[in-house]
Design a protein around this ligand. Structure first.
Ligand code: UN1
Length: 496
């Protein structure tokens, strides 16, 4: 099933049919490959390789480093269909979303190429005559990337495109659920390297395995930045370990994203926004819409319309034109069912959520998206369940809606649908949404790469992708230069 794509992208067959880690597709649960896992000693030697690569790469001019990423973007354009299909097969995304993910990679490459000529620092007025101050940004060191199954390639590219133009090598530990797309990205990166010519070896390396190898990366003093995307539970493990060695962390953890739907909203627009954000990627985006806070005057109509829209959503093989593909695995299905049970026993009214296509695919987990009507925001709605469950609650005043929106431990994405400028601006104000992403008349998911992506509270505080997220991958140096013949001290100190 995967061989044609893998060979088109230049992945050697021995890399995926001769290993100890079994890889299955969520489409039907069948095995699609086996991959060799790394051990702790492999991690150490890859870190050493990366350290050597760093010595050479950090002194290559940044615009030249950008050329490598320009070539990566070119290779990705050539292989968009192959990589997109492989993402669909390994992660279960529908075809359009698999392609969209590769487009997101191409976009960040373009962004990073421009950035390679814009790694600007400030010049600062010195208080001393004949002195000049400035800020310089230098390459940081070895960058460790830990990514999740749900955006199995885009998150690597956000980090890698920026890290490379900023002068750093990358070691990537993909999710053990999606190692094949990682092998493909590595092969595509190597194609770009071959076109580029004289880059040092080991600018991009993969580590495949479970939490033990991830830990070895996290605990290594030779890894300057750990950029980790995944659950809040994972972040709680990683962050203290990195902090203990004074390393840097960029965390992209759980989300529990809400929409406030106000009376003045364009309902058709809102319904389309709800549908894409709540059921797209089968509810398995960090940015998935999980809570709908709807004005009480609209609640019945909106719930009715969502239910009828959900009836028309086609569920099934993600490569065959359906809108909703499978959940990643059985564990994911079980945690969805247990969240629905909890909601039910706390008085929630559950519609949908049941397994479908079980006869055809006993080892794959397709579900109907669920709507859960709640009288108030119960604990179950404050927990992120990585599945298509939309909790619907109503509000009466806008302040109450804002309080509900913010009353969860996570702080990734949020939106308001309104045509009332006061509500829209309040939502975006200091006392509005407490999330890293706050949108007006756009759903919670599907962010562009140009903005900084990430969120507050249990989401971990990191910002990746656009805006000035590149600063994560560089170290800031403050320079003071004295071009006078005196040695005046700052703060006017007279030292004899
Ligand atoms: C993620 O789910 O980890 O905003 C990333 C979005 C995508 C990225 C999601 N551009 O939905």
């Amino acid at each position: 099933m995967i061989e044609q794509f893998m060979s088109a992208m230049g992945v050697d067959k021995t890399l995926f049919d001769n290993g100890d880690l079994k890889v299955t597709t969520p489409i039907d649960g069948s095995q699609i490959g086996t991959v060799k896992m790394d051990g702790i000693a492999d991690v150490q030697s890859k870190i050493n390789n990366a350290k050597t690569a760093f010595q050479a790469w950090r002194v290559v001019p940044a615009p030249k480093r950008g050329e490598l990423i320009r070539l990566l973007g070119e290779v990705l354009r050539e292989h968009k269909e192959d990589l997109g299909a492989l993402v669909s097969i390994e992660a279960g995304k529908i075809k359009e979303e698999g392609l969209g993910e590769v487009q997101e990679m191409i976009d960040i490459c373009d962004f990073a190429v421009g950035l390679s000529r814009q790694l600007y620092g400030l010049t600062i007025a010195s208080e001393r005559a004949g002195h000049h101050m400035r800020e310089t940004w230098h390459p940081l060191g070895v960058i460790g990337v830990i990514s999740a199954f749900n955006f199995p390639v885009a998150v690597w590219s956000w980090n890698t495109a920026l890290a490379i133009v900023c002068g750093n090598p990358v070691i990537w530990k993909p999710s053990e659920k999606t190692p094949l797309v990682a092998l493909a990205c590595q092969a595509l990166f190597e194609k770009a390297l071959a076109k580029f010519g004289d880059a040092p070896e080991h600018l991009s390396q993969l580590i495949i395995g479970h939490v033990d190898v991830g830990n070895a990366l996290v605990e290594s003093e030779d890894v300057a930045l750990i950029s980790a995307t995944g659950s809040t539970r994972m972040g709680r493990e990683v962050a203290p370990k990195v902090a203990a060695r004074f390393g840097k962390c960029l965390l992209e953890l759980g989300g529990n994203n809400a929409m406030i739907l106000a009376p003045s909203a364009d309902l058709n627009l809102a319904l389309r926004g709800i549908l894409f954000s709540a059921v797209g990627t089968a509810g398995q985006r960090c940015t998935t819409l999980r809570r709908l806070i709807v004005h009480d005057s609209l609640k019945d109509e909106v719930v009715r319309k969502i239910k009828s829209a959900y009836e028309t959503v086609t569920i099934g093989d993600p490569l065959k034109g359906n809108l909703v593909g499978p959940l990643i695995d059985k564990d994911s299905f079980e945690s969805m069912q247990s969240a629905l049970e909890r909601a039910k026993s706390a008085g929630g009214k559950v519609t949908g959520g049941e397994r479908v296509l079980a006869d055809e695919h006993s080892d794959a987990y397709y579900v109907k998206p669920a709507i859960v009507e709640l009288d108030s925001q119960l604990d179950v709605a404050k927990t992120e369940t990585f599945a298509p469950i939309l909790y619907v609650m109503s509000y009466h005043d806008f302040d109450e809606a804002l309080a509900m929106q913010n009353d969860v431990p996570q702080g990734l994405s949020s939106c308001v649908f309104t045509n009332d400028i006061r509500e829209a601006e309040l939502f975006l104000s200091a006392r509005g949404s407490d999330c890293g992403i706050a949108n007006v008349n756009i759903g919670t998911s599907g962010a562009e790469i140009g903005g900084a992506f990430g969120g507050e509270k249990e989401t971990g505080g990191g910002r990746e992708s656009g805006s000035d997220a590149w600063k994560n991958y560089m170290r800031r140096q403050t320079n003071t230069v004295n071009y006078s013949t005196e040695l005046p001290l700052a703060q006017g100190i007279n030292f004899g």
